[in-house]
Design a protein around this ligand. Structure first.
Ligand code: GRF
Length: 300
């Protein structure tokens, strides 16, 4: 029993630091030999991030160096992230990498409970790859093409991501089709962002400024980013989130693209935050939805 093993460690060693969340423990004070902060009938200590609080809730454990039995009580007010393992992320880029940067910044400031551990690019010298190298992140070239002869094979890509222990793959302006090997290796774990309200203006060849030009030419009054899980085809995987952006009467494609991109940066960070906090739920009909952090009974 993993939780019991970890808890035994707590009882004989100082509590693990580096987390704001406290776990409350029923503990008879008279016989307490532990160095926990005490308050009336309760003692509390910092929770190890690798223990799931829901797994501990209501359970009774025995300390290794004590005959005391302690009971975990999960409070409603506790941070949902307590006990949730920090996720390892791979970001795929082919262009400027502004979405990649905003994800990286959100990881560094702590809004996303995860870290980018590797970047994959189809263009060795694109802005996103340059930025990654600048930040000291490993950059992998995929796929192998005439122009990019050093690219690795799909099997090596999967093996590399496994070696980095990647939990989630995030496509951020990556222009190549994702190989079936990767989709099978990472089920329900690969996200893409597209700059239109899918299923409109998606599919092969619909990328970059072409999307925004087509939106304006169609007379659509609304557009906006879509985040979807990735399947074997371009832009057809299950939709997870969308945001509506107005198309103004005098918009150029560049103006519209800039307005949509600002919204992309916001929504992608919000969705990845939810993903890393295990708040993406799959409805019975196969549609993924996001549980609200503030109100766990609400979904979007
Ligand atoms: C974004 O518009 C995204 O929706 C699309 O490619 C563009 C990438 O931009 N998939 P950036 O490289 O993140 O700046």
């Amino acid at each position: 029993m993993e939780a019991q093993r970890l808890l035994s460690g707590f009882c004989s060693t100082p509590p693990i630091q580096n987390t704001k969340t406290q776990v409350f423990v029923k503990f008879p004070l008279s016989s307490s030999s532990a160095s926990f902060a005490q308050s009336q009938k309760w003692v509390s200590f910092k929770a190890c991030p690798s223990i799931s609080q829901s797994a501990l809730s209501g359970k009774v454990f025995q300390c290794r160096n004590s005959r005391e039995r302690i009971e975990f009580l999960a409070s409603d007010k506790e941070d949902l992230r307590s006990g949730i393992r920090r996720k390892k992320l791979a970001v795929f880029v082919s262009g400027g990498g502004s979405n990649f940067r905003s994800i990286q910044e959100a990881c560094l400031r702590g809004s996303i409970h995860g870290d980018i551990v590797v970047v994959v690019t189809s263009k060795q010298d694109c802005g996103g790859a340059d930025y990654a190298r600048d930040k000291g992140l490993p950059v992998i070239l995929f796929p192998k093409t005439k122009l990019e002869a050093d690219g690795i094979s799909p099997a090596d890509l999967v093996a590399t991501l496994r070696r980095f222990e990647v939990d989630f793959v995030l496509l951020a302006g990556y222009l190549k089709l994702i190989p079936a090997e990767l989709i099978q290796a990472y089920p329900r774990s690969i996200l893409n962002i597209h700059p239109s309200l899918l299923p409109a203006f998606g599919g092969k060849g619909n990328y970059g400024m072409k999307v925004h030009k087509a939106v304006i030419a169609s007379g659509s009054r609304y557009t906006g980013p879509t985040i979807h899980f990735v399947d074997e085809h371009y832009d057809t995987g299950r939709i997870l989130a969308q945001r509506v952006v107005p198309v103004l009467a005098k918009d150029t494609a560049e103006e519209l693209a800039a307005r949509v991109l600002r919204e992309e940066h916001r929504i992608y960070v919000e969705v990845i935050t939810a993903l890393c906090e295990d708040r993406v739920i799959w409805r019975e009909d196969g549609v993924p939805i996001i549980r609200s952090k503030e109100n766990p009974n609400e979904y979007s």
